[in-house]
Design a protein around this ligand. Structure first.
Ligand SMILES: O=C(O)C(=O)CO
Length: 291
């Protein structure tokens, strides 16, 4: 059995600290050797590089940009020395990725180029989450599903060829549409597996967020075993509160982590949850996995 590797999602953890550099340092001080993040694009890249090196952590996953930006805090970040962590987009009303969105192909490709620039600069050699995006406002899933899938397959083939030149794995992540994001295009591991089959590129894998899989489908053990060969990254949070794995909820993470150990899962497990209190105080559960 190989030991599990955890990474801190600094878009969710250590949010007591406004600056990315502070969060990277805090993650390292808490014991993490690796971090992941949703979006860092409004943070000044050279500062980000310096902060990562100073903290001594690996960046193992970033997302492609969400799309329409609500505002860019690049000016404030560039102007100030601090790297205020900011979402690069109006995530409520706007976009949540562009991979499957009709008429946004050029923006998807631009966002992919930016993600590769940041991944290379941050020495994030391994993974970029290629976000699918939402159904157009006013459309119904049944009416647009076929068109959006064809667009997603085409964009993923393009992305896979570009990423393979950099040795980077692309990931697609089903996000639950029951609670978190009702208009998101990709919402089940079965749909994602079918799309990956159609794309047929070995450097594209499945990002398994246990929180979303439980809400959409349950049947976690069978789904983990069925899709294990194509799983390239995992994220965890308790259901329904999306708090720490050991918080009250539906999931027995001790059992799920044991299952992953028994199958020698070699990837990272992203801690993408809302701490109930301070991040540090909520990390008691992870000590069992840090030998
Ligand atoms: O919303 C989530 O679970 C994500 O991982 C988005 O990147």
């Amino acid at each position: 059995m190989s030991p599990l590797k955890f990474c801190a999602n600094v878009s969710w953890l250590f949010t007591e600290l406004p600056d990315v550099s502070q969060r990277l340092r805090a993650a390292a001080a808490a014991g993490f050797q690796a971090v992941e993040a949703a979006w860092l694009y409004d943070c000044e890249l050279r500062e980000l590089q310096r902060a990562r090196q100073a903290a001594g952590v690996d960046v193992v996953l970033i997302n492609t940009p969400p799309g329409r930006l609500l505002h860019s805090c690049a000016t404030s970040a560039a102007a100030s020395t601090s790297l205020r962590m900011c979402f690069a987009g109006d995530l409520e009303a706007g976009d949540l990725g562009l991979g499957a969105v009709p008429g946004r192909g050029a923006e998807f490709r631009q966002g992919l180029d930016l993600a590769v620039t940041y991944a290379k600069a941050l020495d994030c050699k391994s993974r970029i989450h290629l976000m699918a995006g939402r159904l157009p406002v006013g459309s119904t899933r049944s009416a647009v599903a076929k068109e959006m899938e064809a667009i997603f397959v085409q964009n993923l083939k393009y992305a896979a060829d570009l990423l393979s030149k950099e040795g980077i794995t692309g990931l697609i992540e089903p996000i639950n549409t029951r609670i978190t994001d009702p208009r998101y295009f990709l919402d089940s591991p079965h749909q994602a597996a079918e799309i990956l089959e159609k794309v047929g590129k070995p450097n594209l894998k499945l990002q398994m967020d246990v929180f979303h899989w439980q809400i959409m489908d349950g049947n976690l053990t069978q789904n983990i075993l069925k899709y294990f060969p194509i799983i390239g990254h995992i994220q965890v949070a308790q259901v329904p509160g999306r708090n720490e794995p050991d918080s009250a909820g539906e999931l027995n993470y001790k059992y799920l982590f044991q299952t992953l150990e028994e199958h020698s899962y070699q990837g990272y497990i992203g801690c993408e949850y809302k701490p109930r209190g301070s991040t540090k105080d909520g990390l008691g559960w992870i000590k069992d996995y840090w030998t």
